[in-house]
Every structure is written in structure tokens, then in C-alpha cells.
Design a protein around this ligand. Sequence first.
Ligand code: CO
Length: 452
Amino acid sequence: MTKKIGITEVVLRDGNQSLLSTRLKLEDILPIASKLDEVGYSSIESWGGAIFDSCVRYLNEDPWERLRQLKDAMPKTKQQMLLRGQNLVGYKHYSDEIVSKFIEKAVANGIDIFRIFDALNDLRNIKHSVQEVKKNGKHAQGTIAFTISPVHTLENWVNLAKEIQDMDCDSLCIKDMSGILSPEYAFELVSALKRAISIPIHLHTHATTGMSNLTNMKAIEAGVDNIDTSISSMSMGYGHSATETMLYLMKEKKIDVDIDLNELLTISEYFKKVREKYIEFEGSMKGVDLQMLVNQVPGGMLSNLETQLKGLGKEELLGEVVSEIYQVRKDLGFVPLVTPASQIIGAQALSNIVNEKYETLSVEIIDLVLGYYGKLPGNVDPKLIKKATENKEIISNRPADLLTDRFEDFKNNLREFCKKLEIDDLSSIEEHVLTFILIPYGSEQIFKKSAS
Ligand code: CO
């Protein structure tokens, strides 16, 4: 008797984010929502930082209204979001009070499962979010952001997982955002975690390097409890293994998944047609991309760099910048290359090659070096610390301990603002205040729209 494996469908968040630059509109989801709700997924990932941002900046949708409508259209299935710990759905740290308010409102509007991570794996940055999710009676999933480096050993991952369990998380996620978790290492890692902790383990991996189907299967063999997949017509590439493929592979192994493959065909057909509308947002990658395994740099970061270098008329420097990224990452204690560290490191590497090495340091890199994003995984180059401390002091406490922003102050500001815009309907004012805090520029059209 084999155990059941849960399937989280990610097409509405990460699938759409990885393949269509997060441009999928609510109007293209709603017609298929009731079908998705019938499938029997353990959860549907539908909300997160990129969705929040894209709703406000590009789609002219109120992200909260989108969430409410998704929840209404899929009442049976648990809605899941990706939360950047103390950064919420933004790029900087927010005060505990604002984190609490955000989680309270995310719960009230429909989120059931919160996958919470910190880019540096500094668990002090997820602790408050975990506590607040638990306080609101919802599922808190603690996350390890997977990376490969000399300081990220199996023992290190196991210790992080134990701390996450001790934090009272309901489950653990291995988040392999670049698709670099190999099948063999996945087997080793999941086996070690299974011996060390008792909460369910979820695997989130990407198809980028072409290993995801095998990696998922080896993780299942080692006892993983849940995998993330995306409907076939919106899968692979920078995205994820196809839901149907994984189901087929599991059925062959006599693993019970409780989902009918035929049911998924209609959904896949639907998204195949929808995808055609978004062709202008498709990335240029075809097949697989091994850059991350060979150069230790994510493909998305490379294409950005290429564009930047082209702008400077210095395309020939790409190779040098790529090796410099590795050096800068090493000097910063092997920080995982995820948002926001990937952008900060990419920019510094570029500056190091175009100018003198570390001649100029960006505000962000100074903050990263001095602990304002959290504790870095390994040792930081002393010369870099010396240079960074010329203007600012190093900190060792939790970054958010320095923040005292009060929600009420923002709320009063927004009330004034709405008065000026002659918006009288303030029924969603608390949600609007959060949108305003997280995306200060460009959110006013959202308030006007929802008030009309
Ligand atoms: Co992902």
C-alpha cells in the first residue's frame, strides 16, 4: 500500500509567471475555474509577489479582488500563496505590524496555505509570518530556498528543516527555483529530511535544466509528500513538470493520486488556446537551459545582463561578468541567487567589470553586506565589510527589529488621498492601504477602479 501524493497546481501563479511574465488576466482564468476546482488538487497556487505586482503595474486589476473572485470560483480547493517572509510581496522588510495586517487580510480574502521563504534562508525573517498564519488558523509552510555552494551542505539543510519544524510550521517546502536540484541529490536530501523531521515535505522544482520529471520521481521514491506541477499546455521550459506527465509516471509506479487524467485534458486544451493570446510575453528559451548548472547563474539573470551590456555597447564582456557573478556571490558568503539578491549581485558584478572591482558599491549591496537583509549563509570578504562600513554600521539583530512603521499612519494618509480623488467607497480601505504600502506608485488607479 503506497501513500497518496498531493499535487499542487501552479499554473495560476508560478506557471504563468515563468512562461508568460505573469500577465495572465483574471478574465482568462474564471471560465476554467470550476473545472480546476473539481480536479482534486491538494492546493492551487494562485497568489504571490509577482502576481500582486503585475496586477497593479500591468493588468489594472485589484490583487485583492482577484483573490476574492478566485476563492469564490474555486470554493472546494485550498488556495495557496508564496510569501517572501518579512518582505511580504515586496522587495524590502516591513514592520511586524504591517506583516500581521497583511496576513490577516490575505486570510480574510481567501488564502488557506502560506508558503513562506526568505531569500537568505535567515529564518528570523519568516518567524513572524509563520506565527501570524498560525494565529489566523491557517497552514504555514516553512521553506528552504535551495542552492548549491560549498557552505550549503546536507547537514545545513537538515538543520534548517529542523528549525522550521520547531517553529511550528505545518509542512516544509524545498524550493528549487532554478531547477538545479538533481534527481540523485533530491533522493539524498528528501531521505535525510524524512529521517530528521515528521511534518509533510513538499517539493517545488523547475524544468529549466531538464531534470524535473526525474527529480520529482526520485523525491517521491524518497518519501516526499507533495509535488508542484503545471497543466501540460503551460508546463516545462522555465516552468514546471506537466501535471499529466507526473500523474502518468506515478500511476505506472502504482502510486495513488486520486486524479483522473482525462479530466485534465479539457483544462489543458483551454490553456493551450489562452496561451496563444499572450505570445508577446513568451520568453526566448527553447528546450532546456543548462547555464545555472554550468555557470551557476540563472538563465533569466543572464538574459537581463545581455540586454544591459547591449545597452552599454559592451556585449563582449558577458563571459567576464558571468565569472564575476560567481566571485561576488562567493565574497558575499554564497547567498542564493533569488530575488532580491540576484539583482543586487548582477548589478555589482557588472560594475566590477566595467569599473574597478568594488570601486563603487550600490546602496543595496552595502545593506546586504552589513546585515540589513539578514544573515548571509557563509563568511563575507573582510575587505568588502571594511568598505561597506565606511558609511553605515553593521547589524546582527533581525532587520525588522529596526522598523516601526505603523499601519494606522498609512491608513490616515490614504484616507486623505482618497478624499482628494473623491473616492467615497472605502469598504476595502485596509486592503487598499496594504496595496499602497507595497506598491506606492501606480496603485491609485486600482482604488479608483474598485470604487467606481
Ligand atoms: Co518557482
